[in-house]
Design a protein around this ligand. Structure first.
Ligand SMILES: *Cc1c(COP(=O)(O)O)cnc(C)c1O
Length: 395
């Protein structure tokens, strides 16, 4: 219906149908079930003969509004909203895999996703190989006859490596393998993986889609067959449904998504450029710096460089912790995608359970700090970081 509209119009207008109250802002429907006019209508709904609401584990008007809006923004036919980002990944895996299947995954993905794959998917006889995100040869070599899907996050966390989604999709599709992209860091405001050949996009709505750190939620977007039928089948029986209140927060979040992402990108580039010239900083990972190894790819594939960056200082953990502990306004938390800037020491928190050698191989040194740049004034963010940087020894 709204296919001819541009991104910002879709973000604000899709999915809203007025009730009889003619409200302007979308209504919240906090109801677990729905009533029927008579027994015949109930029977028709249950048999599937007639479309309509039955129970909120299956459908809810507020959740549907969020789903329709996110599907439009990602350019997908179908969206299924879930209770968290992890349950979105769970629903994809339960819906699309069976015992004996094999998946290939980039090694630098969200820590809990790795734990879920290793500790739980493997229990159901799904085999997993981890490869270097940017090395397409490794993806190619990992393919087997039974490789059902590739799973990747780009840019990666916390070192912001970027893979060529189009090239990865070609490798996958030549083997009848699906490509699943976790689009949490870019959001559809900066990157649309389905346009580049990916089959499925997953989200942690908890991050930028909310954008203000209030609610947990997730989503899966793709075509009708894969998402509308197979993934939805897991949701309606497995019950990882999104609450109507959270859906309402996320759908209001979508209305300001591109505005916020633009501001996150601007602030992050300002901070990355400043850190890059700072005498106490030895390395900055940010796709918007021309020194980034995939700078050209990032420019082509993304319409902005994102709000997350990481940087390295000499002096290992002690130096890293000094910078964190000297901050007064930045939030010491592992969350990201918030109006508030967050600061994390990956080696002792988000990536603390990974063996030190493997950590070092993926660029997560003891002196690495991750920032999710928020929407505060960049002058104040710099000042907060400078307090710690200025007292580090210079050599
Ligand atoms: C946070 C996050 C998840 C998990 O989402 P939850 O909403 O916390 O369950 C998955 N992928 C990425 C990239 C994330 O940052």
């Amino acid at each position: 219906m709204m296919n001819n509209f541009e991104f910002n119009t879709l973000a604000i207008r899709v999915g809203h149908t007025n009730t009889n109250e003619q409200e302007h802002s979308e209504a919240i429907f906090p109801t677990s079930s729905y009533t029927f006019k008579n027994a015949a209508e109930a029977a028709a709904r249950f048999s599937g003969e007639e479309a309509g609401n039955i129970y909120s584990r299956l459908t809810n008007p507020t959740v549907r509004c969020f789903q329709d809006r996110l599907a439009a923004l990602e350019g997908g036919e179908s969206c299924v909203a879930t209770s968290s980002g992890m349950s979105a990944i769970l629903a994809v895996m339960m819906g699309l895999l069976k015992a004996g299947d094999h998946i290939v995954c980039s090694s630098s993905i969200f820590g809990t996703t790795t734990v879920f794959f290793n500790n739980y998917l493997k229990k159901f006889a799904v085999d997993i190989d981890f490869v270097d995100l940017v090395d397409l040869n490794q993806w190619q070599d990992a393919l087997r006859d039974n490789t059902r899907l590739f799973f990747a996050e780009t840019p990666s966390n916390p070192v912001t490596d970027i893979v060529d989604i189009r090239a990865l999709a070609e490798i996958a599709h030549a083997n009848d393998t699906l490509l699943v992209i976790d689009n949490c860091f870019c959001t559809p405001a900066l990157q649309r993986p389905l346009d580049l050949g990916a089959d499925i996009v997953v989200h942690s709505a908890t991050k930028y889609l909310d954008g203000q750190g209030r609610c947990l939620g997730g989503a899966v977007v793709g075509n009708q067959k894969l998402v509308g039928e197979e993934v939805f089948g897991v949701l309606r029986t497995g019950g990882v449904a999104m609450s109507p209140f959270n859906a309402w927060v996320f759908l209001k979040g979508l209305e300001t998504l591109s505005l916020r992402m633009k501001a996150h990108c601007e602030n992050a580039l300002t901070i990355a450029t400043w850190l890059n010239e700072h005498p106490k900083v030895t390395k900055v990972n940010y796709p918007g710096l021309s020194s980034h190894p995939q700078y050209a790819l990032a420019k082509r594939q993304q319409s902005g460089f994102g709000g997350v960056l990481s940087f390295e200082v000499k002096g290992g953990k002690e130096a890293g912790w000094t910078i964190i502990d000297q901050t007064k306004i930045l939030s010491i938390t592992a969350n990201l995608g918030d109006t508030k800037t967050t600061i994390t020491h990956p080696a002792t928190t988000t990536h603390g359970r990974i063996a030190p050698q493997q950590r070092a191989a993926t660029g997560i040194t003891d002196g690495l700090i991750r920032l999710s740049i928020g929407l505060e004034d960049t002058h104040d963010i710099k000042h907060d970081l400078e307090r710690g940087l200025s007292i580090l020894s210079g050599d």
